[in-house]
Design a protein around this ligand. Structure first.
Ligand code: DGL
Length: 262
């Protein structure tokens, strides 16, 4: 049994989609969340920059006593995970686009992937595509340029966001996809708009529930779960602005949101 917190990081509020699923499944676990919004977005940075930021974030969370780290960002996971696992002893949970389940579920054998440039050009993604069991799946890849910034600015429900999504998604719909993989943890916050554009025929796949189950499995495997009677405490840090965190986290007396210089 271990009451130390689970650490999570992202370039901003995107990882909250993962945090919410983890908190629902493991309400007795404490968490520390770092939104590195001073350096957002990560998507257009080089692999080396993403690795350096991921190391810095990991060290911050380890200094706060994290027992396990969820890299709640596809861009950081797909670029930095092998490096982090080699350098630090703590267990890491990675997030990668769910193209395997999408491929298995696709009847038309055509899936869309919306992700950042950093994820789309990563070696981990091309390895993942090679490993899809049915090789004849057509994957239409689209860079969601600008979407992370709009979520960070709390502009989810604006015509600007809706029009940008239309620009990215309508061509995929016209090409006949039946699954859309959200390859960035910021995008689940856009699901209501995405559904309006794609209709009910196209299945939207995002990994937060699967990541929460994986986190539970790894905590059990390493025997570091908190006791079920534990009352979880949750601290959210941001190093530029806490505004977006405040909008997405409902007021609750188990949360602490703090601005830090880091
Ligand atoms: N939430 C991050 C991801 O999943 C966003 C990356 C960015 O900051 O561009 O990729």
């Amino acid at each position: 049994m271990n009451k130390q917190p689970i650490g999570l990081f992202d370039s901003g509020v995107g990882g909250l989609s993962i945090w919410q699923a983890i908190h629902r499944l493991l309400p007795y676990e404490s968490t520390i969340y770092l939104a590195d919004n001073l350096n957002a977005p990560y998507g257009n940075k080089s692999k080396e920059e993403i690795i350096a930021l991921s190391e810095k974030n990991t060290e911050f969370l380890l200094n706060q006593n994290a027992k396990l780290i969820v890299v709640a960002c596809n861009t950081a996971s797909t670029n930095a995970i092998p490096h982090l696992r080699q350098k630090y002893k703590v267990p890491f949970i990675r997030i990668q686009p769910a193209i395997k389940p999408a491929g298995l579920q696709s009847r038309r054998k055509k899936i869309g992937l919306l992700a950042t440039a950093g994820t789309l050009k990563s070696k981990m993604l091309s390895d993942l595509i090679q490993k899809i069991p049915t090789q004849d799946i057509d994957i239409i890849q689209q860079h969601g340029e600008g979407l992370v910034e709009l979520v960070e600015k709390n502009k989810v429900h604006t015509p600007e966001t809706y029009n940008l999504l239309k620009k990215y998604l309508l061509p995929m719909r016209q090409q006949g996809i039946d699954q859309l993989v959200l390859g960035c943890t910021h995008y689940p916050f856009l699901i209501p708009q995405i559904k309006k554009i794609l209709g009910s025929e196209i299945n939207i796949i995002e990994p937060s529930e699967a990541i929460a189950r994986q986190t539970k499995r790894i905590l059990e495997e390493f025997e570091i779960s908190a006791p079920k009677k534990n009352k979880g405490r949750h601290i959210f840090y941001a190093n530029k602005s806490i505004k977006a965190l405040k909008v997405l986290l409902p007021a609750d007396n188990i949360y602490y949101i703090k601005q830090i210089n880091f």
